[in-house]
Design a protein around this ligand. Structure first.
Ligand code: BT5
Length: 262
């Protein structure tokens, strides 16, 4: 990719159009954090064709073939209280699901809290990180990895990863996918910016198939099983387990039964 072409492709109107493009970078999230520390504005984009330390949650690796996919971080400054920042990942996964459904013949699905799947396989992972100084929110780094044109994945994720290209059987213009994702993020951002989270959560549910299903949720080795019943207003996942409603704020969800609706 190159910066001039990225700029030409972008159609966002209100997000800042500052672009930091790198052919190789350790991680766009790390770079975006440094930029926030230096006062970068909302909408600043950090994008790399290759990351040497691309990562997910809990220090896990994000693996992406150089020049085939999109790995970028967007800086946002939502006016949300600290206890609602969990919604940012849901907002981003919703926007991505809405954006990519125009390009593939299957409906993308949001998997709580930070993945987008197609045909049950992961096509996108999101890593959001709030950067605060004391109790002041300086910005949120929304890191997005989306598999666009990669055809083969390393063995360890071969059975669980997919790409837009594998699903649609064609090669995509990465500039067009990036521009559509950012445009869609911008188009629903004002709701989050103004603290109106209801629509985002409701829409997210339309892209999720988790509600009504038996799930297992692993939180650093402590495992809870139950039925996913919905989302709390801070984006937490509500799980009914042993007759109690519990709110989960983080964890790894596995669906263990397809249907359990009343
Ligand atoms: C995530 O973490 O899914 C968030 C990934 C965020 C990556 C972006 S790229 C731009 C920005 N810069 C960064 O350094 N990070 C962000 P998590 O839920 O922890 O899932 C990580 C797991 O997903 C790994 O342990 C693998 O099992 C799997 N995985 C790794 N690479 C993948 C890929 N390309 N496609 C599908 N699954 C993958």
């Amino acid at each position: 990719m190159n910066e001039a072409e990225i700029r030409r492709a972008l159609t966002t109107m209100t997000f800042e159009r500052t672009i930091h493009y790198y052919r190789t970078l350790d991680s766009t999230n790390i770079r975006a954090k440094t930029l926030i520390d230096g006062g970068a504005r909302e909408g600043t984009l950090v994008i790399a064709d290759e990351q040497t330390s691309g990562h997910g949650r809990f220090g896990r690796k994000w693996v992406s073939e150089s020049g085939k996919n999109l790995t970028f971080s967007l800086i946002l400054q939502p006016k949300l209280p600290a206890d609602k920042l969990g919604v940012v990942s849901l907002y981003a996964s919703l926007a991505i699901a809405k954006a990519i459904e125009n390009f593939v013949p299957a409906k993308p699905e949001c998997k709580w809290p930070n993945d987008v799947l197609i045909d049950g396989k992961k096509v996108c992972g999101i890593l959001s990180k709030a950067i605060t100084v004391g109790s002041i929110l300086k910005g949120v780094v929304v890191g997005i990895g989306i598999n666009v044109n990669q055809q083969k994945f390393p063995e360890e994720i071969g059975a669980t990863a997919t790409s837009l290209s594998i699903i649609a059987g064609k090669t995509f213009d990465r500039y067009e996918i990036l521009a559509t994702i950012l445009k869609t993020m911008e188009s629903i951002y004002y709701e989050m910016q103004n603290g109106i989270l209801g629509n985002i959560l409701k829409e997210w549910m339309r892209y999720s198939t988790i509600v009504g299903k038996e799930i297992r949720i692993d939180r650093h080795g402590s495992v809870i099983s139950g039925t996913a019943t919905g989302l709390a207003d801070d984006g937490g996942l509500i799980v009914r387990s042993n007759g109690k409603e519990l709110k989960m704020l983080a964890g790894e969800v596995t669906i263990i039964q397809k249907e359990n609706r009343p």
